[in-house]
Design a protein around this ligand. Structure first.
Ligand code: SF4
Length: 411
């Protein structure tokens, strides 16, 4: 099979398994967007659609072509299939896709994650995933309260969460993540506590949590604007505090604003054993390929984005073109600003040496005023080795990020 390199050669920033920054000849991280959902959730602004006709089949073929185009520049240490609902793809299409990845020498990643909706997990799919080296599943639970699941427009029930959990464990998955959501309209502190208690009792290796955000063009945003409910910021803060305490009490180590993982063994390491290395690479400003409709790639300082339309995406690849519809090469300071803003989301902050190795800038000098501003407000702290956000600062990480960005001047 002919394989064409996509980008000019040259080292690409990536992260080592311990989260530190390194440079590699090929890109080491791959994201694939599967743009199908059985039903659109009330809060969701991701690109996805209800699959019709043979669209899934066409998508898998087009994705295969896109994989061929980047394979020579890709040796994945982490792979992440997100969406959308990747687990909605039928078994035979998954098998075709995974076989093609095998032919292109793209399997064998140390961390290979597939996002699954609890309503679409089956023993057959779980077995197939395991057979092709998938070793991590991220289960989109969001809540264990039936009324809230309905409120959010989720297609699964709480019973299906426990059933899919059993199915995945029985198939041999030893690295499972649960996605949970808080500050949902109508969610009380007591309901959040109950969900946390039950979810933590399952004993997943990883926990990702999201505060509801109101994205324009979502039903939830329209309801907020129409005054059907109000945002209670104090309650959201109380829920976040509850989360930190419950996760710590259950033995999880927080390593990012919203992410918690178990750590095996007594030794202190920069990252807990079960941290998601794929996401760490994003936060550390590393290169990655993003394939599929609407997916973003960031390779050697150039950001590209694919068409956010499955038909356009397929049509481009069927005629031998990539489906890239946006491309920008950020100037060095803007790149460094993004790295600073994303990197401080991690609990260990930015070690100054790593930041300089990645960007060429000294965080202490270029961002001196911003760091002082954050420290003066109790949001950040500086040691001889690193800058990091405090517990309060992590709660307001978006505010800190805004200070650290250095947007590129308009053309
Ligand atoms: S399942 Fe996920 S991607 Fe699909 S609509 Fe719901 S939140 Fe969005």
């Amino acid at each position: 099979m002919a394989v064409r390199p996509c980008e000019s050669p040259g080292p690409a920033p990536a992260t080592r398994p311990d989260g530190s920054v390194t440079w590699e000849p090929q890109v080491r991280h791959l994201y694939v967007h599967v743009p199908f959902c059985a039903h659109k959730c009330e809060y969701c602004a991701f690109y996805s659609e209800v699959p019709r006709g043979d669209l899934m089949e066409r998508y898998v073929k087009a994705l295969g072509r896109e994989l061929e185009r980047v394979a020579a520049d890709l040796r994945p240490r982490t792979i992440f299939f997100g969406g959308g609902t990747p687990s909605l793809l039928p078994l035979r299409l998954w098998e075709r896709l995974l076989r093609q990845m095998d032919r292109l020498h793209l399997l064998g990643a140390a961390e290979f994650t597939i996002e699954c909706n609890p309503a679409t997990v089956s023993a057959d799919k779980a077995r197939l995933f395991r057979d092709f080296g998938v070793n991590r599943v991220s289960l989109g639970v969001q809540s264990l309260d039936e009324a809230l699941l309905e409120r959010l427009g989720r297609i699964h029930s709480r019973r299906q969460v426990f059933e899919s959990w059993e199915t995945l464990r029985a198939a041999g998955f030893e690295h499972l993540n649960l996605d949970l959501m808080f500050a949902i309209p109508g969610q009380t502190l007591a309901v959040w506590r109950a969900t946390l208690r039950e979810a933590l009792a399952l004993g997943s290796e990883h926990l990702s949590t999201y505060e509801v955000i109101y994205e324009e063009d979502t039903p939830l945003f329209a309801q907020l604007r129409a005054g059907r409910f109000e945002v209670d910021e104090d309650l959201a803060c109380a829920m976040y505090d509850e989360l930190l305490e419950a996760a710590a009490a259950a033995g999880y180590r927080q390593y990012e604003v919203a992410n918690f993982a178990r750590h095996d063994g007594p030794s202190e390491t920069p990252l807990p054993t079960h941290a998601c290395r794929h996401n760490v690479n994003y936060w550390r400003g590393g290169s990655f390929y993003g394939l599929g409709p609407s997916a973003t790639s960031y390779v050697r300082g150039v950001r590209t984005r694919n068409a956010a339309n499955t038909l356009r995406y397929c049509a481009a690849l069927e005629t031998g073109r990539r489906a890239v519809e946006f491309r920008e090469a950020l100037p060095p300071l803007a790149r460094a600003g993004e790295a600073a803003a994303f990197g401080v989301r991690m609990v260990r902050g930015w070690p100054f040496a790593d930041f300089t190795r990645l960007t060429g800038f000294d965080l202490r000098r270029e961002w001196a005023e911003d760091l002082a501003w954050l420290v003066a407000r109790g949001l950040g702290e500086i040691s001889p080795e690193a800058f990091r956000l405090t517990r309060r600062g992590l709660r307001f990480a978006d505010l800190a990020a805004e200070r650290l960005l250095r947007p590129a001047p308009p053309d």
